[in-house]
Unconditional design. Sequence first.
Length: 239
Amino acid sequence: MAIGENSQTLEHIGVTDDVISKTVQSAKSSQRSERRIRGVKRGVRSELSVSQGDWTRRGYANHKELLSTEGLRDEIPRIKCSEVTPEEFIERFEAPCQPCVITGLTEEWAAHHKWTWDKLLAKFPEHKFKVGSDDDGYAVRIKFKYYYEYLHSLEHGKDDSPLYIFDGTFADRAGSKALSEDYKAPEYFSEDLFKFVGEKRRPPYRWIVWGPARSGSSLHIDPLATSAWNALLMYAAKP
């Protein structure tokens, strides 16, 4: 009798069996996402307990001043790519090892408008990107659809140091190599000595780094005494 009454009530408000089925599937999908996210967290930071709240213990998400730029001194020189030739760049910045910020270089890149969270989800839902390494040094990867869920999760969005994609093999893997066509190396950095050893022998030299606020690498020295150029794009990709 109770089942019959519930069935009539659901019909009355317009909830069909198909909607119920989709709701159940959605709940199961959310459970899979949560299990996968928690598994990845345990893989990359085994010293932190997800269930005991270690990932949010410091409460950085609630400290607005943590990401504030107020009071910071920015003395890094900025130049426009249209106003400085490669020869001038070498003389002013490369030779004296002077870092700088170059503006205008990415405006013509496809990545400038293609690399938004929603567009990346539509193109790479099942592709696995690296988000860290486990205690044995093996890569920990996650499907982008699960990472997208992580980015929009109310619970995981409070992480002190959120997971972020840092993948140095994206251009070599079938599922993501198309990303390498969305940008090009600036003319200032066209010289590449590693290319002479061949693609199979050269060390990793290109990465994608995607992540939310508070994520990112710590201070470090790049391997093999190399220098790097980094392009900031994700500021335009609003989650």
